[in-house]
Design a protein around this ligand. Structure first.
Ligand code: AMP
Length: 283
């Protein structure tokens, strides 16, 4: 029988649990999540398992990265199913603090990332987001003190921001980005896909399809601006409200004019009905 991971609810309990992990050597890997786990999250866990002796998954729906108008209250919470999946993957510990444990009364510090966090992509549409992410992720890193932290390329700007933050703050861990896990039709797995109606689900793969054809066209040498304009039009015609479709430098996330400015990453965010989806692809 497989052992259930130990569930840790307080910083004190987490510290006690991590001490023997650290002594045992060969590393601790952390996979930060907001729960509602799907095959994308589980891929990160499987990759963590390959790299470290101990795997810790955090499950925390972080209120500070949601605006008041966003879905913090209704965000899917599926703790029992998550525990079942993590047990099957032989995860050692689940760090699942309450909001009061993470942000006790009087909490008054924020990590404010710049650089890629101000690229005019997610930050433009969710200005609260990266401050919330950087603050909670730096707390998770300090709490767990992992040797590795695994993040999905699905949230590409977030991966860039967290990688830079770990470097800038001299945090002694390696941030590892894992390729996006997709449905057969190309739709990137996301906890928010459960919000999609059947009709919305049917058009949702448009985002990946446009990214793929745009990347091929840019690689062939077609002008980036034209390819992005036509891609944006395809996405709108499919029924989305487009926030952005952009070609950016894959590391700095600065705008690029041609493949010579490369490596290029295409990034998209769009709303279908009430659901906001994001995706990205390398050129
Ligand atoms: P979330 O629970 O949505 O905050 O995501 C937790 C982690 O899982 C983040 O590092 C995400 O980038 C990653 N993730 C989410 N969806 C996918 C996916 N489809 N493939 C790979 N990683 C993902």
């Amino acid at each position: 029988m497989t052992n259930r991971p130990q569930v840790l609810r307080t910083v004190a309990a987490l510290r006690r649990a991590m001490t023997p992990y650290r002594k045992a050597g060969r590393g601790i890997a952390l996979v930060p999540t907001m729960g509602a786990l799907h095959a994308g999250h589980l891929k990160l866990v499987a990759e963590a398992r390959k790299r470290a002796r101990r795997v810790v998954v955090s499950i925390f729906v972080n209120p500070t990265q949601f605006a008041p108008t966003e879905d913090f209250g209704s965000y899917p919470r599926t703790f029992d199913a998550d525990m079942k999946a993590l047990t099957a993957l032989k995860v050692d510990a689940v760090w699942a603090p309450t909001v009061a444990e993470m942000y006790p009364e009087g909490f008054a510090t924020r990590v404010a990332p710049e650089g890629a966090a101000l690229a005019g992509l997610e930050d433009k549409f969710r200005p609260h987001f990266f401050g919330g992410v950087a603050t909670v992720v730096s707390k998770l890193f300090t709490q767990v003190q992992p040797d590795f932290a695994l993040f999905g390329q699905k949230d590409y700007q977030q991966l860039r921001v967290v990688t830079q933050m770990a470097k800038d703050l001299d945090l002694p861990l390696k941030v590892i980005g894992i390729p996006t896990v997709r449905e057969k039709d190309g739709l990137a797995l996301s906890s928010r896909n459960v919000y999609l109606s059947q009709a919305e689900r049917a058009v949702a793969p448009t985002l990946h399809r446009v990214l793929k054809t745009s990347a091929q066209r840019i690689k062939r040498g077609e002008p980036i601006e034209m390819v992005m304009e036509e891609g944006a039009s395809d996405i709108r015609h499919a029924g989305f409200t487009l926030d952005y479709l952009e070609a950016r430098h894959a590391l700095s996330l600065k705008p690029v004019a041609s493949v010579k400015d490369g490596p290029i990453r295409l990034l998209v965010a769009a709303k279908i009905g009430k659901t906001r989806l994001i995706d990205n692809l390398a050129v």
